[in-house]
Design a protein around this ligand. Structure first.
Ligand code: GDP
Ligand code: MN
Length: 387
């Protein structure tokens, strides 16, 4: 789950990471009031789940309340298109109004889970600000890394080495140690998968987190009800939010073939076969083992609701999941709602006969496939062939 910048900064501030003073505003008038309350120069920042806002005109440094109001009016309620949003952009519903900082230098500081090293890796660069991805690919040597030992935490010698590598003055070693330690506590404390400060600004001899990004590990969310409340459904793919509400393992994609499969491996293989036949899947969906017919129905309804979907491919190998439960779910989903795209099914394994019988006794038109290569082929034929 992604947090907005203003939420991430609130979380980091709780862990004593220095952030600028600021207020969230949903209208230009509120942005004006916020600027007035903060006094002096302020920054008006679009709050969307995507970076690259600076270059796209979503971050404006202004002199006072009048200009803050104007800047907010210029970005609120409209889509902002950045390098990370895709061509349709993301509609800005809020701005963060912050006290502007006199930035002496922009650094980068980030932490993420390094699975291979089984620890968190802290990364820093003197080339902070925008486009850290470009720095990483063009001059990887400019990204310094320190792996944090889970037993002892971020060590002072690591901070000194990093501060030195960043070309900072001597006394910054201890400051970086303090900041890194707090950031690491924040990361562990929220079960985050990524924490990023870009830019980490040098201001008046200290650090300040001018931008912040926090991604939470969904698997740890149940431990953090307060953080879970920060979820902004409007920023997510509506198909994915719905699937998440029903505890379905679903990833929205851009193709035309809606897939319902059991098991992540089979789901991946099904998507591969669709691609091999020259088409694209509309989604990844693993209904999992412990599924009920109600949740199958919900999953099927998500596929039917998807405007992209021109054919539905069901590929089930019954093991723990039973084919009759799947068939019951599908018929339940289509009882009160006519399915208007072709349905291709490959059912095999546990209770396959009962499953088929349920589908045959319903008035659904099902194209059966002998195996899953055949299923993918028939699904692609159903949308008019490879594109
Ligand atoms: P992003 O482009 O979405 O990552 O948004 P950021 O929050 O990182 O802002 C982009 C850039 O705006 C930063 O790299 C800074 O150069 C600039 N910026 C943001 N806040 C301030 C500020 O308080 N003072 C100054 N001078 N520049 C700022
Ligand atoms: Mn940034």
């Amino acid at each position: 789950m992604k947090l907005h910048e203003f939420q991430a900064k609130k979380v980091l501030a709780d862990y004593l990471v220095p952030v600028p003073q600021g207020k969230v505003a949903e209208t230009p008038a509120a942005a004006r009031d916020a600027a007035h309350a903060l006094g002096g120069k302020v920054v008006v920042k679009a709050q969307i789940h995507a970076g690259g806002r600076g270059k796209a005109g979503g971050v404006k440094v202004v002199l006072g309340p009048d200009e803050a109001q104007r800047a907010a009016a210029a970005i609120l309620g409209k889509p902002l298109v950045t390098k990370q949003t895709g061509p349709e952009g993301k509609v800005v519903k809020r701005v963060l109004v912050e006290k502007a900082s006199e930035i002496e230098q922009e650094l980068y500081l980030g932490m993420l889970v390094d699975r291979e090293a089984r620890s968190v890796v802290m990364m820093a660069s003197s080339e902070g600000g925008m486009e850290i991805e470009e720095v990483a690919s063009r001059s990887p040597e400019k990204i310094l890394k320190e792996w944090i030992d889970p037993v002892v935490g971020f060590m002072p010698y690591q901070a000194n080495r990093m501060a030195d590598g960043l070309g900072l003055a001597k006394d910054f070693g201890s400051k970086l140690w303090e900041l890194g330690t707090n950031l690491y506590k924040a990361m562990l404390g929220c079960d985050a998968s990524l924490v990023e400060i870009n830019p980490l600004a040098l201001v008046a001899g200290g650090f300040l987190a001018v931008d912040a990004k926090v991604n939470l590990d969904d698997n740890g969310l149940f431990r953090h009800p307060k953080l879970a409340e920060m979820r902004d459904k409007a920023e997510e793919d509506p198909r994915e939010s719905r699937a998440r509400d029903s505890n379905l393992s679903y990833v929205g994609l851009q193709g035309k073939i809606g897939c319902m499969v059991n098991g992540a491996g089979l789901a991946m293989a099904t998507m591969d076969l669709v691609k091999l036949e020259g088409a694209e899947p509309a989604n990844f969906l693993d209904v999992g083992g412990g599924i009920t017919s109600e949740r199958v129905a919900e999953a099927f309804d998500i596929l039917m609701d998807d405007q992209r979907v021109e054919a539905i491919l069901v590929n089930i190998f019954g093991g723990i999941v039973r084919c009759d439960v799947i068939a019951e779910g599908i018929t339940a989903a289509t009882r009160n709602r006519k399915i208007d795209v072709p349905l291709i099914a490959r059912l095999d394994g546990t209770n396959v006969e009962q499953g088929r019988k349920i589908l045959e006794e319903s008035d659904l038109e099902v194209t059966y496939a002998a195996n899953f290569a055949d299923a993918a082929k028939k699904a692609v034929e159903a949308i008019g062939g490879a594109s």
